[in-house]
Design a protein. Structure first.
Length: 517
């Protein structure tokens, strides 16, 4: 349960963790009228633009993958410019780290209507790095381990998405751009454009919908349309697709603009191979589509400063990277041979990450003088395969079937080659992180991998989804690794490639401003 300072205990019998108050008052009663959208138009030039991110996770509070990193780091990068007032809203999961929960401030609560439901919605806040975060509290929906994977995820995120719109009057904060991410927040864009935009304060809010992965669309039975999602007859066509409710489709239809997390992926999802059935909708709406490559937090992923590493080093002096390698081999019980290249994978162990290519040729690869390190969890079949393989080749492969942030950084820094042969990859952050530590990526040319890794400049690439094409390029990298002088130059170019948000945050800035014209 939430333990915000202003909350004493779970005293009331509501489904939220905060103490309920009967009356709801705006958090900032004295806020000037000019903060509303109606008045805003006259003074828009001088005011900071108000951006609200709506997402299901964000670092540093809760993270299951790349989405959280992007929400945390992009919001911070945007807030550092004085053009934007950036706020983020996510659910208050019970898994949010206590060190943060204890610092949250309880603002108040209200009740959110959705079809016949009327649910408690507590609001907590916390400011980090210039970004105001809001947390939506409801214990019935969010006091569970993890973030997803429940039978009622549709209902949980419908409640969350509706709450986002309901808390706006309470906060007296109506964004200029409501920036929704992935299917869990798709309904915020849908509700905005079907119900709320008819209200004066909401009428100028623009919706941007960013697809981090088109595979997960939020598909539900049409029977749930009214009863669960509170969408009635005239709007049915917006969310109906191939005889189901499809929330991602609805958001694409409703938003002013939609984007993907790399330019290449924006092209790819116009085709059936990548679009998981949504290619027609993407093509129909392509006039409002763009792709912006993600950045990474280059202060966090920094070989000079990262305290998780066995030793720190600089891009112009990699001598301590050898210490990282030796200690990593020691930790993972691999022979401490400095001349043997280490090929690593830090990945979810699922098929679209290209694991079937790996399992196809790994025994051929292991004939070379290499060591392979795997870190990640996922499909039981892949987990079992790598554990079994590690038993057969204990001196050559280390399989770590866990999710471990500390170990991942030790692996990024202690390896020589980073393998990422994804079948599809909307952006991918790991190849950029590997580069930052001077570890050379070998990637398939898809999505953000194509946009971020340039052959022989900062990595190796192969085009076709073919195991032996991958093996061929890996062998080339293993061969080149022996040429120390050239390899050091490659490491330097990789480690100094600019993967910060500086460029991409500007592209978002332009996109927001364009949307507000
Ligand atoms: C999703 C995508 C990944 C991307 C991340 C952040 O996890 O699968 O490619 O990097 O979102 O946008």
């Amino acid at each position: 349960m939430a333990t915000a300072k202003t909350t004493k205990s779970n005293e009331t019998k509501n489904t939220g963790s905060a103490t309920a108050k009967k009356t709801v008052k705006p958090a900032n009663k004295t806020a000037k009228k000019s903060t509303t959208n109606t008045a805003k138009n006259t003074s828009v030039a001088e005011e900071k633009k108000k951006i609200l991110f709506v997402a299901s996770e964000s670092t540093p509070f809760i993270a299951t993958g790349g989405l959280a990193e992007v929400i945390g780091s992009l919001s911070k990068a945007l807030a550092s410019s004085d053009k934007f007032d950036v706020r983020v809203v996510i659910p208050l999961y019970s898994d949010i780290k206590k060190e943060y929960r204890d610092k949250f401030t309880y603002l108040g609560n209200l009740y959110v209507h959705l079809a016949w439901r009327n649910q408690y919605c507590g609001i907590f806040t916390y400011v980090k790095d210039g970004v105001t975060f809001y947390f939506i509290d409801n214990e019935f929906y969010f006091k569970r381990p993890g973030c997803y994977g429940y039978y009622d995820d549709g209902e949980r995120f419908a409640f969350f998405s509706r709450s986002v719109l309901e808390i706006m009057p309470f906060l007296n904060f109506y964004p200029d751009v409501m920036h929704c991410h992935d299917w869990q927040s798709a309904l915020s864009a849908i509700y905005l454009k079907t119900n709320y935009c008819f209200r004066e304060e909401y009428q100028f809010i623009r919706a941007l919908f960013t697809i981090h992965n088109i595979e997960y669309q939020g598909q539900y039975s049409l029977d749930l349309l009214c009863d669960l999602f509170d969408i009635f007859g005239e709007y049915r066509y917006l969310v109906e697709y191939k005889n189901s409710i499809n929330l991602m489709k609805g958001a694409i239809e409703c938003c002013e603009r939609f984007s993907t997390v790399s330019p290449r992926y924006a092209e790819e999802i116009k085709n059936a191979y990548y679009a998981h059935g949504l290619e027609d909708i993407v093509r129909k709406n392509e006039f409002k589509l763009c792709g912006i490559l993600n950045g990474i937090d280059d202060l966090s992923y920094n070989c000079e400063l990262d305290s998780h590493l066995f030793a720190n080093y600089k891009p112009d002096d990699f001598s301590n990277k050898a210490v990282c390698k030796k200690e990593l081999q020691n930790m993972l019980n691999l022979p401490q041979n400095s001349e043997t290249p280490i090929i690593s994978m830090v990945s979810r162990l699922v098929s679209h990450k290209g694991l079937d290519l790996v399992t196809n040729v790994i025994e051929e690869l292991l004939q070379e003088d290499v060591q392979v390190i795997i870190l990640g969890t996922g499909d039981a079949s892949f987990e079992g395969y790598f554990m079994e393989l590690a038993k057969r080749y204990p001196d050559k492969i280390s399989a770590n079937i866990v999710f471990n942030g500390d170990l991942s950084r030790k692996i990024y820094s202690g390896s020589d080659i980073f393998l990422m042969p994804s079948k599809s990859e909307p952006c991918g952050l790991s190849q950029m992180i590997a580069c930052r530590y001077g570890t050379i990526p070998v990637v398939r040319e898809t999505g953000g991998l194509f946009d971020s890794i340039k052959p022989l400049h900062n990595g190796y690439t192969f085009a076709n989804y073919n195991a032996h094409d991958m093996l061929y390029v890996l062998r080339q990298a293993i061969f080149d690794y022996k040429n120390k002088e050239e390899w050091s130059k490659l490491m330097y170019r990789a480690a100094t490639t600019d993967f910060s948000w500086s460029h991409s945050a500007k592209e978002y800035e332009s996109l927001y401003l364009d949307m507000l014209k």
